[in-house]
Design a protein around this ligand. Structure first.
Ligand code: KG4
Ligand code: ZN
Length: 340
C-alpha cells in the first residue's frame, strides 16, 4: 500500500530545463537540471527563442532522467506540478504543456506553481523554518522582499523598481568582459579586490522604503570604466568587482534586516540565484548573529533555478486544494502577493 505523495515537478521559465521528483513535499528523490548556459553565453544573455527550442528538445529526456534517478515509474506519480509564471512565455509554455499532457494521460492532479514561490520554498528542502519569516528573493529576474506568514500567505514588502540584482551582476560582468552568467564570476574575483578603493552609490529609496534600485550602481560602474579609459587610469577589475558587490550586498542586507527588526521577526531566509553569493551569505550570517535572528539559505544547487523547489511548492499548493485543469496557461508577468 502506498501512503507517500510523489510530485513530478517541471521548471522551464528561463534557461534551465529542469525536472524533479519530490516525496511528501520535503524529500528530493531526484533533481535534474539541463543548463543552457553554453548556448546563451555566446550572446552574453538569454535568447528567448533559443531557450524555448532547447526546452522542447530536452524536457522529455530530463523528465525520464529524473524518474530514473528517483527509481520511480511515471505511473507512481501522484501530482504533476509545473512553473506557470513569471518568466519567458515561450519557455514557460513548454513546461506547462508537458505537465498538462502528463497529468491528462495519468489522470493525476495538475498544479501550477509560481516561480518566486518556488525559490522561497527551496528553503524548506534542508531546513525547518518556523513562520513567520522574512525572505529576500534575489535572482536574475527578481529582487523581492517578502513576509512569509504561512505556506499560502505571503506578503510583498518591497521590490526592485528597475533592474534585478542578478541582472546588474550580469551586466557589470559583461562590460568588464568577464563572461556569462556574471554573478558567480564577480563573486570569485571580488575576493581578491579591495572594496574600499571605489565608492559606488547605494540606492536607499527613502527612509522607510523596502524597495530597491540597481540601475544607478550599474550605470555608475559603466561611467567609472569609461572615465578610466579616457584618462588612461589603471583599471583594477578585482577592486571594481569588490566595490560593486559591496554596494549591492550592503543595500540587500541592510533593508532585509531593517524589515525583520521592525516587524520583530526572528527568522530571515534568502533565495534565488544571488543567494548563493558568498559575500551576501557572510554579511547576513554576521548581521543575524548580532541580532539573535535565525538565518536560512538553500544549498547552491537549490538557489539557482531547479525543479525540486517547484515540487516542494507544488506539494503545498496541492494540499491547499490549488489544483488546475487543462486551461492552465503560462503567465509571463505573474505577481506574488501585493504591497499593502
Ligand atoms: O535564480 P536564477 O537561477 O534565475 C532566475 O530566476 O533569474 O538566478 C540567476 C542569477 C544570474 O543573474 C546569476 O548571475 C546570479 O543569479 N548568480 C549570482 C551567483 N550565482 C548566480 N549572483 C551573485 N553571486 C553568485 N554567486
Ligand atoms: Zn529563478
Amino acid at each position: 500500500m502506498k501512503n507517500d505523495c510523489l510530485v513530478l515537478a517541471i521548471e522551464t521559465s528561463c534557461d534551465d530545463t529542469c525536472a524533479a521528483v519530490i516525496k511528501d513535499g520535503r524529500e528530493v528523490l531526484s533533481s535534474v537540471v539541463a543548463s543552457q548556459i553554453d548556448l546563451h553565453k555566446q550572446f552574453g544573455g538569454v535568447v528567448p527563442e533559443e531557450a524555448s527550442r532547447m526546452h522542447i528538445e530536452k524536457l522529455s529526456l530530463v523528465i525520464d532522467e529524473a524518474l530514473d534517478k528517483a527509481n520511480t515509474k511515471i505511473t507512481d506519480i501522484d501530482v504533476v506540478a509545473s512553473t506557470y509564471g513569471p518568466g519567458l512565455v515561450g519557455a514557460l509554455l513548454v513546461g506547462v504543456n508537458e505537465a498538462k499532457a502528463i497529468s491528462y494521460a495519468l489522470d493525476k492532479p495538475l498544479v501550477g506553481v509560481h516561480h518566486i514561490k518556488g525559490h522561497i520554498f527551496a528553503n524548506f528542502i534542508e531546513n525547518d523554518i518556523a513562520f513567520p519569516f522574512v525572505c529576500l528573493v534575489a535572482s536574475g529576474g527578481h529582487t523581492h522582499l517578502y513576509l512569509v506568514k504561512d505556506y499560502m500567505e505571503i506578503e510583498l514588502m518591497g521590490q526592485t523598481l528597475d533592474d534585478a540584482v542578478g541582472e546588474a551582476y550580469d551586466k557589470v560582468a559583461r562590460v568588464l568582459g568577464l563572461g556569462y552568467p556574471g554573478g558567480p564570476i564577480i563573486d570569485e574575483i571580488a575576493k581578491k579586490g579591495d572594496k574600499a578603493n571605489i565608492d559606488f552609490p547605494r540606492a536607499w529609496m527613502g527612509k522607510d522604503s523596502y524597495d530597491f534600485s540597481f540601475s544607478g550602481v550599474k550605470s555608475s560602474v559603466l561611467n567609472y570604466l569609461n572615465k578610466a579609459k579616457m584618462t588612461s587610469q589603471e583599471i583594477i577589475v578585482e577592486d571594481i568587482c569588490a566595490s560593486f558587490q559591496d554596494a549591492v550586498v550592503d543595500v540587500l542586507v541592510t533593508k532585509t534586516m531593517k524589515l525583520a527588526k521592525k516587524l520583530n521577526i526572528k527568522s530571515v531566509a534568502i533565495a534565488g540565484g544571488v543567494a548563493s553569493n558568498s559575500e551576501l551569505r557572510q554579511r547576513f550570517r554576521d548581521a543575524c548573529k548580532d541580532e539573535s535572528i535565525n538565518f536560512y539559505y538553500p544549498s547552491r544547487k537549490y538557489c539557482t533555478d531547479n525543479a525540486a523547489m517547484i515540487g516542494v511548492a507544488g506539494y503545498y499548493e496541492y494540499l491547499s486544494g490549488n489544483t488546475s485543469d487543462g486551461s492552465l496557461n503560462a503567465v509571463a508577468s505573474l505577481t506574488l502577493g501585493s504591497k499593502k
